[in-house]
Design a protein around this ligand. Structure first.
Ligand code: FAD
Length: 404
């Protein structure tokens, strides 16, 4: 299945990571990680940094799944607002999830500092716009609950929104903890770093077709008939993880993204904030270091790649129109457009940890519009689990909550 189509900007900007190393012989490793996207790369990083031998396997060219299509905004805010998530999963879990998400942005920044990988990580404010009066009421509720739980947030009324961001709207929530990056550069950079420094093996074009439990772990079977013996397996296979899951836990969504031609930086909105809104599905926007604007949204339930791709032209028009409604004076001329698929869960939280009863099989499923912050959390939780370190986040993101 195609994970995305159209021209994903990051691959053009960075060029493909030309790495071809299919597994040609049977192999043994402590931890086998399936998937070389940002999740697999961060898991590999955490394990290598902890001195745990691991190997990454990917059926495609490295990091060309959803990671290559991502608009790579890093926000502590999860797709489901905190005030609504509390109704769904309870205050303790919802607040812990928001705090974990906040922490993960700083942790990711530290990973890039430590490895000297430079994926254009940049702190920018996040502006959560009220799309209408109902959205404003939601933001008022959201502001109070975030304040109560000491999450960084400011309230901008319509005057403050216009004064700070030149947007004629109802109001917004603002925080300065968000960031943006180039997710493809991050994933390939981390994998290259650990390949060069030892500790990691990387196999591309190696499809893990099946697995069997053994006395000491698992044996994986690849499309070329090779066997991989491992003590632990980590599934970081994005939305194709379904084939390893005993039960369906996610819904698939098609999503669309555009990038503009570069503009004079003076034309861009103040502070180059990440801007998104309360409407569902939500529209969102960011800028890039080369003064382009990247916008996205228009999500629809995924049926098949053909239908998703057929809608692309129409979605381009709709996204351009939504941008013009917010910033009518900024000229947005589309340079590239693409569509991708991502997974979401009913409560907006990812699934991280082992399936009940399968102690040596870990899932790192960073689902939702904030998939990347969840990837960071997954990498740390799994590393801690392998090192026997207690991690409270397991209860927040684990599979046990699916029946709640
Ligand atoms: C258009 C778009 C915009 C987005 N914007 C944002 C955003 O702004 N912020 C954010 O946080 N998130 C965003 N997301 C979500 C984010 O991109 C994803 O959560 C993230 O990229 C998932 O990374 P991953 O490594 O888990 O999955 P992927 O990048 O899909 O990697 C999974 C890998 O597993 C491999 N694989 C699968 N099955 C097998 C198998 N059986 N054997 C071997 N290999 C296998 C695949 O080939 C693939 O390379 C966006 C997604 C899209 C599509």
């Amino acid at each position: 299945m195609d994970l995305h189509s159209g021209l994903a900007y990051w691959i053009v900007k960075n060029k493909l990571y030309d790495y071809f190393n299919p597994l040609r012989d049977d192999y043994a490793v402590d931890v086998a990680i399936i998937g070389s996207g940002i999740t697999g790369a961060l898991v590999a990083h955490e394990l290598c940094a902890a001195g745990i031998p691991c190997a990454v396997f990917d059926k495609r060219t490295i990091a060309t799944g959803s990671t290559a299509a991502s608009t790579s905004q890093l926000q502590y805010e999860i797709d489901v607002p905190l005030c609504e998530m509390i109704d769904d999963v309870g205050e303790r879990i919802a607040v812990a999830a928001y705090h974990a998400s906040l922490q993960s942005i700083s942790d990711m920044e530290k990973v890039f500092d430590a490895t000297r990988v430079r994926p254009d990580f940049k702190r920018v404010p996040s502006i959560f716009l009220a799309s209408n009066r109902r959205g404003l009421r939601l933001l008022e509720r959201e502001y109070e609950i975030r304040k109560k739980h000491r999450l960084p947030v400011d309230f901008l009324n319509n005057d403050a929104l216009f004064a700070t961001h030149r947007i004629n709207g109802y109001g917004a929530l603002k925080n300065n903890e968000a960031a943006q990056m180039d997710c493809y550069k991050a994933a390939t950079g981390l994998l290259k770093h650990h390949l060069a420094n030892g500790g990691l093996s990387l196999f591309s074009h190696t499809d893990v077709m099946d697995y069997q439990q053994t006395r000491g772990g698992y044996e994986l079977l690849t499309d070329a008939g090779r066997r991989v013996r491992c003590k632990y397996m980590v599934i970081a296979a994005g939305f194709e993880a379904g084939k390893f899951l005993p039960e369906q836990v996610m819904d698939l969504t098609s999503t669309y993204a555009l990038i503009s031609q570069p503009v004079d930086p003076a034309q861009l909105w103040p502070e180059r904030s990440l801007i998104w809104e309360t409407a569902k599905p939500y529209f969102y926007m960011r800028t890039t270091p080369d003064n382009r604007m990247m916008i996205g949204g228009e999500d629809v339930p995924f049926r098949n790649p053909e239908r998703r791709d057929r809608l692309l032209r129409w979605k381009i028009k709709r996204l351009e129109k939504q941008f013009n409604a917010i910033y009518p004076k900024i000229q947005f001329t589309t340079d590239m457009a693409w569509c991708g698929t991502f997974s979401s869960t009913k409560d907006g939280l990812p699934f991280i940890g082992h399936w009940p009863g399968r102690k040596r099989m870990f899932f790192a499923l960073g689902y939702g519009g904030n998939g990347i912050t969840f990837s960071m959390i997954a990498a740390q939780v799994i590393r801690n689990k392998l090192m026997g370190v207690k991690d409270e986040r397991e209860q927040v993101f684990g599979f046990e909550r699916r029946d709640l």
